[in-house]
Design a protein around this ligand. Structure first.
Ligand code: EPZ
Length: 417
């Protein structure tokens, strides 16, 4: 077993370079199977979610070459066999194989996907979209079998602007006959990255990044190349660390406007930072003003930065409210923040956080990916030593986080227990 050990209170000085976006990469990798030839994906982050997807792709008979974040996927020997439950449940993004294999082969057999424990995480919006395109869905326990004589373009109005469903329906629609229009589509920037990849293969898609996406089905998709965009959630996590401990901390290789909602809130709190074209330099804020945050779909405040942001709220001079509206259970970190000394009252998905409280290091557990990230922020500012168990959650989504933080002065390490 491993755990993270942090000695709190050290300033963060130097440069952190942001990796490719997890939530882009985990869709781009399955998307490569839609092509009829080798695809190249650049700037893929070295995270365990990537490895879980590689295992599924190899299970399906495809070959993968990888070197320094560049991967080449050859789908030409793909065998469309059952994706086992063991493989399906390793991550949420395994559900993208549904759209890809249904779109290309009109048949897919796999199990309900996995993912962090932040809610029930249904996939009904995905399945409704597939049905609207003509798929028949059979469910046997946790196993799903999707079949279609043919897929025909249609208008699909999402009951919620689901990121995964938007992308998955795009995958199923690229080979459908005729035009598919996705309304109330998710507008997250990662979806533009996926549209670009599919269009590089020869797909005919427009509108990603808006609430209406149009896909005109094509007969074939050739091998193509794409570069993963920077990870705005990783960037936001380090920006928040800079607001707590930065000494001219530079976060490099980002697209600042992807973090606009966070930056607006930090400005409201009185945090000082300087934005350049691909980076931000941020300094420790000595006097955080209290703010209220309500998570929303893009471009609103991202749900994935809810937990890291709550650490700043414990340091604000006054009362803040963090309200989660996307996931029903993004609250796993609160008991540990209280154990660290935070003053938090939880009412369902709304946390009232009274600051400023001094956090004292203690033993904690990561309950999900972003809860784990939040505990790292807490440990970096807490007095004394903070330990974090169940760190596999964290390693799913943050490439080289221990190295990146050690390189800018954090006293953080992984130890065997
Ligand atoms: C993606 O999850 C991200 N994961 C999540 O990031 C992120 O929190 C989420 O989008 C919202 O931005 C990946 O991209 C792999 P949704 P996804 O479909 O696609 C409900 C992280 O920390 N819903 O937009 O699963 C759902 O229950 C992860 O990196 C249905 O009801 O999110 C939730 O309440 C966590 N039925 C809401 O919609 C469905 O069929 C948002 O889900 C699908 C979703």
């Amino acid at each position: 077993m491993e755990r993270i050990v942090i000695e709190g209170g050290f300033p963060l000085k130097g440069t952190i370079t942001i990796s490719g976006a997890k939530n882009s990469a985990v869709a781009l990798i399955p998307a490569a199977l839609l092509a009829n030839d080798v695809c190249t994906i650049k700037n893929v982050p070295n995270i365990t979610d990537r490895d879980a997807l590689f295992d599924i792709i190899k299970w399906l008979g495809c070959t993968i070459e990888q070197k320094d974040g560049i991967i080449k996927i050859d789908p030409r020997n793909l065998k469309n066999i059952l994706i086992t439950e063991e493989l399906s449940i390793r991550l949420r993004a395994s559900y993208y194989f549904m759209g890809v294999l249904l779109g290309k082969y009109k048949h897919v057999e796999m199990y309900f996907p996995g993912g962090c424990n932040i809610g029930s995480r249904p996939i009904d919006i995905h399945l409704d979209g597939f049905k609207t395109l003509g798929a028949k869905i059979t469910k046997k326990g946790h196993k799903y079998i999707l079949d279609a004589k043919e897929l025909k373009g249609n208008e699909i109005n999402l009951k919620f602007a689901s990121v995964g469903a938007t992308i998955n329906i795009m995958f199923a629609a690229v080979y459908a006959k005729g035009r598919t229009i996705i309304k109330n589509a998710a507008k997250e920037v990662e979806i533009i990255n996926i549209m670009d990849f599919l269009n590089n293969m020869g797909a005919k898609i427009s509108g990603a990044g808006t609430d209406t996406i149009v896909i005109d089905g094509v007969e074939e998709l050739k091998g193509a190349e794409i570069t993963v965009i920077p990870d705005r959630i990783e960037a936001g996590t380090y920006i928040l660390m800079g607001a707590l401990l930065g000494d001219n901390l530079k976060i490099d290789g980002i697209i600042p406007e992807h973090n606009q909602a966070l930056l607006n809130k930090l400005k409201e709190m009185g945090v000082d930072f300087k934005i350049s074209e691909h980076s931000i330099v941020i300094n420790k804020c000595e006097n955080f003003k209290p703010v209220n945050v309500r998570t929303e779909v893009y471009p609103g405040f991202p749900t994935d930065l809810n937990q890291p942001m709550s650490i700043l709220m414990t340091q604000a001079n006054g009362t803040c409210v963090m309200e989660e509206t996307i996931w029903e259970k993004r609250i796993g970190h609160y008991p540990y923040l209280q154990k660290l000394g935070a003053n938090i009252e939880l009412d369902g998905n709304k946390a009232t956080i009274k600051g400023k409280t001094e956090l004292k290091g203690t033993d904690t557990n990561a309950t999900d990916l972003r809860a784990g990230a939040a505990l790292i922020l807490a440990g970096l500012i807490a007095s004394g030593t903070t330990t974090i168990n169940d760190i596999d959650y964290i390693l799913r989504g943050y490439e080289n986080i221990i190295l990146k933080l050690s390189n800018v002065g954090a006293k953080i390490k992984i130890e065997q227990i």
